[in-house]
Design a protein around this ligand. Structure first.
Ligand SMILES: Nc1ncnc2c1ncn2[C@@H]1O[C@H](COP(=O)(O)OP(=O)(O)OP(=O)(O)O)[C@@H](O)[C@H]1O
Ligand SMILES: [Mg+2]
Length: 308
């Protein structure tokens, strides 16, 4: 039985542009099974439909069509069971400012009918670096700390399926590492994890399988290692302050002075460098590196753009 099963699920919203009454599909006929014990990544640009998909999974938003089950429990017809099996860390920070951290976690435990949950609450506070903030009021916490509380809140009932919607947005490096250690450990012990993030390095390091979403549709779905294998194998990277010739600029990923060009073989790299020399462009810090998930992501998104 899959941990999470989306079946031909769609969500239609009123269209912000176009005449009144027109609609668009934020999620467009997505079918996807995530197996028990997987660490699964859901990636996609802003507005791709990741949070919409997760809202339907969490039962916070009703699918326009299709269905979703958590470990066999249908989110619509069997909400209480589905909800109990699921821990969701939402993208948006929403809190009751009047409670302190420990109270919040106690209330959440009570919501799931858990008494004597203090040992696990302490473990969560410790594991997420919140122990010294246990008695702090929610509004006294910084943004990153609030996000840690959201994570603790999602895990309070030890759900077998954990969903994290951009849990590391605005979180400092140290906590990112603590958080990932904590979640990876839960995954090792058998929890299924579904993660969305814009930090592709994190996704590459953590996720065994990845789906990429664009305008509500799955445009890539594979093991992380296979996605990486299918991409151009290498990237030529250099710095320059000069204008690139247009045929290179069209293929390059340019960030300030850094230029990165996908290359499948040594000949392509030679050709790039020859073109640069011919154009009289001065380059610095030349290096060749293996393609990473960010390269794959950009490849997939661009291909899909060209077809659309
Ligand atoms: N309640 C709503 N009413 C109307 N449109 C909505 C609503 N919620 C989301 N949308 C639209 O649905 C699309 C998908 O939004 P969604 O929040 O799922 O994207 P996302 O992939 O989570 O993006 P991000 O990476 O920015 O979090 C967007 O075009 C968004 O404007
Ligand atoms: Mg989102």
């Amino acid at each position: 039985m899959p941990a999470i099963s989306f079946q031909s699920i769609s969500k239609t919203y009123p269209s912000p542009k176009g005449p009144k009454g027109t609609t668009f599909k934020a999620v467009d006929n997505v079918s996807l099974n995530i197996e028990e014990g997987e660490f699964f990544g859901l990636l996609g640009p802003n507005g791709a439909g990741k949070t919409t998909l997760i809202s339907m999974l969490a039962g916070l938003s009703r699918p326009t069509s299709g269905s979703v089950q958590v470990l066999g429990s249908d989110v619509q017809s069997d909400f209480a069971d589905a909800r109990r099996k699921l821990g969701v860390v939402p993208q948006e920070l929403v809190f009751d400012p009047f409670f302190n951290v420990r109270e919040m976690l106690r209330i959440q435990s009570g919501y799931f009918g858990l008494k004597n949950n203090d040992a696990w609450v302490d473990e969560l506070l410790e594991g997420l670096g919140l122990a010294d903030k246990a008695n702090a009021n929610m509004r006294q916490l910084s943004g990153g700390m609030k996000r840690r509380v959201l994570v603790a809140q999602a895990l309070v009932h030890k759900p077998p399926v954990i969903v994290l919607d951009e849990p590391t947005a605005g979180v400092d490096v140290e906590l990112r590492q603590t958080l990932w250690q904590f979640v990876a450990n839960l995954n090792k012990q058998g929890s299924t994890v579904l993660l969305t993030t814009h930090y592709l390095e994190e996704a590459e390091a953590l996720c065994g399988r990845i789906a990429m979403l664009k305008t509500g549709r799955i445009v890539a779905l594979d093991k992380t290692s296979d996605l990486l294998k299918a991409a151009s194998s290498n990237v030529l990277r250099f710095k320059t302050a000069d204008m690139l010739p247009p045929e290179l600029a069209a293929r390059a990923r340019i960030t300030g002075r850094i230029v990165q060009l996908p290359a499948n073989n040594a000949l392509e790299i030679e050709n790039y460098l020859a073109a640069v020399r011919q154009a009289g462009v001065t380059v610095d810090d030349v290096e060749i590196r293996k393609a990473d998930l960010e390269d794959v992501f950009l490849d997939v998104m661009n291909q899909q753009g060209a077809q659309a």
